[in-house]
Design a protein around this ligand. Structure first.
Ligand SMILES: Nc1ncnc2c1ncn2[C@@H]1O[C@H](COP(=O)(O)OP(=O)(O)OP(=O)(O)O)[C@@H](O)[C@H]1O
Length: 617
């Protein structure tokens, strides 16, 4: 086994039995060194090989046996031809038959060369390993770069200094519909950037992408288009950055992004903002208009008119509204009683709470109590659930009892109680409830007379009539007719969305000549009808078939006692119209000629014609 181990070694090796001075084995290298001298094995063999330096051999052997290993450089085999420095290594080997010594003869020069060779080998091997590691490292970086480029949402192009595509990432391929193999090797501008958005030719010489490697500048463009494979365009923003290599411009990298959606959203946003601005402007205008309206109406609570009765009513509203006093408004139907009630509520501290109107004339007798105070479920047949009454509903606000004279006598006492104690019970319920309600009542009846006839409770009448307001009929304040007519006309046209017809002097004269038994409501209805029927912006009132103006309301030249005797311009026109009408009637419609209307009136026919025209007859 030892033999096998040493035979392949390059250095000469001898195995000797030092006790017996016998050479036991020599490897081929030793044979080459010692030649035929080895053919004399047996005792004294070492003496024949190292006769000249036996003492040194003994010392070295002793040292090896003592320490296990020893190096000797003073041994030289007999007849050794080599002048090279050699070294002997002696290693003690313990065997069952006693110790052996293995002597390795090494040429120091050869060993040195071998070591250098070995080191060079090692170095080479290590270098190779390093190189492989570096290669692996760069391959990894390359792979990661590829992953990053593939994952990037932006499109990325690489072009060389000729503008030829050298690289294109998947996002760019997807956005443009081209495969990498279609684009790589092709001129990028010619493939995807050859036209402006309007379809005109885009010269490569103007291309900012190429500018990057022509001038070495980073070019960013916010809105251009790239063209897809299918010929459609894509709005893009891009940056073209030059690539330098050792100071030379070798190409550019282009990063682009699809901004079609963003531009669309921006356009929508702009549109929405414009719409918003339009709406805001409109609202501001409406608001300004409303403010104007409010301001112009503020002093008279939507109550139109400037005659003394109207001015008195406005003053009364101003006086009573801030108080908690109950108010009784009297006046014919349509004179504006409800309008006054609403004005009082609006001007009161209760205005942020509701105004609850109860039309007492419209409630069936048997339902009065339930309507006013509410009922509990099962209180009467048909009372399937609890119901809140008008008084509870008006809690904190105002209740407007319209046509209060219609309340049945037996219920008047209950009404009186709630006015006195602010307490009531729901129909069919024991529990007493409390309310805080201001009462405004209205009637077109003469309540005082009803009281005297015993048909209205006196105590209730006094409770309601704390502050009386009287709405005067329209025929007694005719000067309000023109403004009222104008007001109603504007309201009707705005509500019906029709153009505003002209209210002529003749129209006004017609309106003034009428007695208005239905008061402002009748005027409002008539104006609305006429506005609908107006032709070519002209209003016509069919008042001729109406009851004639009572004599007492006709403006006369002989005024009643107390009258100033002065006619207003409108009154005068009414008279003139009436006079001309009568003359025409007497002349059977003829203006000129003998016994014509002009002659009857004592004016020239031409004058009469112009008056007829001016008065709209
Ligand atoms: N002075 C006025 N200014 C503006 N509008 C008025 C005026 N007077 C009455 N009106 C209008 O005439 C219509 C009738 O008025 P309102 O309902 O207030 O009368 P009323 O006396 O309560 O009638 P009724 O007794 O029949 O209930 C309403 O549309 C009201 O706005």
């Amino acid at each position: 086994m030892l033999e096998a181990l040493i035979s392949g070694k390059p250095d000469p090796i001898l195995v000797v039995d030092p006790m017996r001075d016998r050479l036991l084995f020599a490897n081929p290298a030793a044979r080459a060194l010692f030649g035929a001298r080895l053919d004399r094995p047996g005792e004294g063999a070492m003496r024949s090989l190292y006769g000249a330096c036996i003492p040194q051999l003994h010392v070295a052997t002793e040292a090896a046996l003592e320490h296990g290993c020893h190096y000797a450089s003073d041994l030289l085999p007999d007849g050794s031809e080599t002048a090279e420095a050699i070294e002997h290594q002696l290693v003690a080997i313990e065997t069952a038959d006693g110790p052996l010594v293995m002597i390795t003869i090494a040429s120091l020069e050869q060993r040195r060369r071998r070591t250098i060779h070995q080191e060079a080998n090692d170095y080479h091997r290590q270098g190779l390993e390093e190189w492989r590691r570096a290669e692996r490292f760069f391959r990894e970086i390359e792979r990661e770069n590829q992953l990053i480029l593939a994952a990037a949402g932006e499109g990325i192009f690489g072009v060389n200094a000729d503008g030829v595509t050298t690289f294109v990432n998947p996002a760019a391929q997807k956005m443009l519909g081209w495969a990498a193999e279609d684009l790589v090797g092709m001129n990028m501008h010619d493939m995807v950037h050859y036209k402006h958005p309007d379809g005109s030719h885009y010269h490569a010489s103007d291309c900012p992408i190429y500018g990057a490697f022509r001038n070495g500048t980073v070019n960013t463009v916010e809105d251009e288009c790239f063209w897809r494979k299918d010929g459609t365009s894509l709005r893009v923003e891009y940056t073209s950055t030059p690539i330098e290599d050792n100071g030379a411009l070798v190409g550019a990298v282009i990063v682009f992004r699809d901004i079609s959606q963003r531009k669309e959203n921006e356009a929508k946003l702009r549109e929405a903002m414009a719409e918003n601005a339009r709406l805001r402007e409109r609202l501001e205008m409406e608001n300004a208009y409303l403010q104007e309206e409010i301001l112009s109406q503020a002093n008279h609570y939507d109550i139109i008119g400037s005659t003394a009765p109207i001015r008195r009513i406005l003053k009364q509203i101003d006086l009573v509204a801030p108080t908690e006093a109950n108010v009784l408004i009297t006046g014919e139907s349509g004179t504006g009683k409800e309008l006054v009630a609403r004005a009082i509520h609006q001007a009161s501290r209760r205005s942020d709470r509701p105004l609850i109107r109860v039309n007492c004339a419209a409630i069936p007798r048997e339902l009065f109590e339930s309507e006013f105070f509410g009922h509990a479920r099962g209180a009467f047949t048909g009372a399937l659930r609890d119901r809140i009454g008008r008084f509870e509903l008006a809690d904190g606000g105002t209740i407007f009892l319209d046509e209060v004279g219609e309340i049945p006598l037996d219920l008047q006492s209950k009404l009186l109680r709630v006015l006195q104690d602010r307490r009531f019970e729901r129909l069919g319920e024991e529990a007493t409830r409390e309310v805080d309600v201001r009462v405004i009542a209205a009637t077109n009846r003469d309540l005082e007379r009803e009281v005297s006839k015993g048909e209205f409770r006196e105590d209730l009448y006094f409770r309601l009539n704390v502050f009386p307001i009287e709405c005067v009929p329209l025929r007694e304040r005719k000067d309000d007719i023109p403004v009222l007519a104008d007001h109603f006309l504007k309201i009707a046209c705005a509500r019906l969305n029709i153009s505003l017809p002209m209210l002529t002097r003749a129209n006004i004269a017609d309106l003034m000549a009428y007695s208005w038994p239905g008061n402002a409501r009748e005027l409002q209805n008539l104006i609305e009808r006429a506005a609908i029927l107006a032709r070519n912006g002209r209003l016509q009132f069919a008042l001729s078939d109406r009851p004639p103006l009572p004599e007492r309301n006709m403006p006369t030249l002989q005024p009643d006692a107390g009258h100033t005797g002065i006619l207003t311009r409108d009154q005068f026109m009414v008279l003139e119209r009436d006079n001309i009408r009568r003359a025409l009637k007497a002349a059977q419609g003829r203006v000129a000629g003998k016994s014509g209307a002009a002659e009857l009136l004592g004016v020239k026919p031409t004058t009469l014609y112009s008056r007829i025209k001016a008065l709209g007859l």
